[in-house]
Write a protein that binds this ligand. Structure first.
Ligand code: NCD
Length: 320
């Protein structure tokens, strides 16, 4: 039975991932040709974001609107949640208003799954704490397949992806580990032990942890840089973290500088889920270079979210 929820890429079979990506590719082509079907006409999609977002929320909204759905962006700052209502009560209240799908981002790992168990509508995880961000993992897999000429097969065998920086705090890294390895790629997680502990190698087969970025760099086909998630390190100034001595030390250990980028394979690509802290984890020059897939990642977010919404809404029991 297909699930009406998309909460994680962990244990999602490769064939299911490929089916979603194939739908995304078809939506992408239909949009380019001006023939997008109104597959979500009559549906209402609510976005409920308990954490900041620019591209994910907008991308889900554009995806739903282009397929003919109504979209309601639910305010959180001024909502009853701010008055002490639980996440689940907020979500159930929203569902009772007639929403067919809820796109939820939460600060706590696992919170979106808790909500999914309590509501009758479809629930899509737009990022929960340090846990997962499945649609980001899917759009990254599609972007990499496109760049490597694997769009037809969606088979990433033989490709080596380095995911670099604050891996331990990153839901993007976890969803990518599951998505990319499931499609055949091997993944090396890179950072100092405080940001990339050796235990992360047990996340999935074909995953390694390496603390020396320079040892990995010349062998990677794709280098995915991550933002330091200062908000998860207990520091609101965004200047310091107990995980490293200084920003300078972090940058020296795992920043992709212009100089470092010269040591990449000639055809290797650079990825970043955004938002980029230019000059910290990634130099602006590299972010804007020919190697960079950053804007293609953003663009692929829309068809991937179209495919994800349609898949979840189609799996809802008929009475919904
Ligand atoms: C990421 C997130 O929020 O998990 N951004 C995104 O969705 N594109 C990564 C981040 O915030 O660093």
């Amino acid at each position: 039975m297909p699930s009406p929820h998309l909460l994680t890429l962990h244990h999602l079979p490769a064939e299911e991932i490929r089916a979603i990506l194939r739908d995304a590719i078809a939506f992408r082509a239909a949009h380019a040709a001006g023939t997008l079907p109104a597959r979500l006409a009559g549906r209402t999609v609510g976005t409920l974001f308990f954490e900041n977002s620019t591209r994910t929320r907008t991308s889900f909204s554009i995806a739903a609107l282009r397929l003919g759905a109504e979209v309601i962006d639910l305010p959180v700052a001024g909502s009853s949640h701010a008055k002490g209502e639980t996440l689940t009560d907020t979500a159930r209240t929203v569902e009772a208003l007639g929403v067919d799908a809820l796109v939820v981002r939460a600060a706590q790992s696992g919170a979106v799954e808790v909500i999914a168990r309590r509501v009758g509508c479809a629930v899509l995880n737009a990022g929960d704490g340090r846990h997962e961000h499945p649609t980001q993992g899917l759009l990254d897999a599609l972007t990499l397949a496109d760049a490597m000429g694997r769009t037809d097969t969606l088979d990433l065998s033989g490709l080596h992806v380095a995911i670099v920086g604050d891996v331990v705090s990153s839901r993007v890294a976890r969803s990518n580990v599951f998505g990319l390895t499931s499609l055949g790629a091997s993944v090396t997680l890179v950072g100092p032990p405080s940001l990339a502990p050796a235990s992360l190698a047990t996340l999935a087969p074909h995953v390694r942890v390496q603390h020396d970025f320079d040892a990995v760099l010349p062998h990677a086909d794709a280098v995915m840089m991550l933002r330091v998630q200062f908000e998860r390190h207990g520091d609101s100034t965004r200047m310091a973290s107990p995980a490293f001595a200084s920003l300078r030390e972090f940058r020296a250990a795992c920043g992709l500088s212009t100089e470092r980028a010269r040591r990449m394979k000639s055809d290797a690509v650079v990825m970043h889920p955004g938002p980029v802290n230019r000059g910290l984890e990634l130099d602006g020059e590299v972010a804007d270079s020919k190697r960079s897939l950053i804007l293609r990642q953003v663009a692929n977010g829309v068809p991937v979210r179209m495919a994800s919404l349609v898949r979840c809404l189609n799996a809802l029991p008929a009475h919904n």
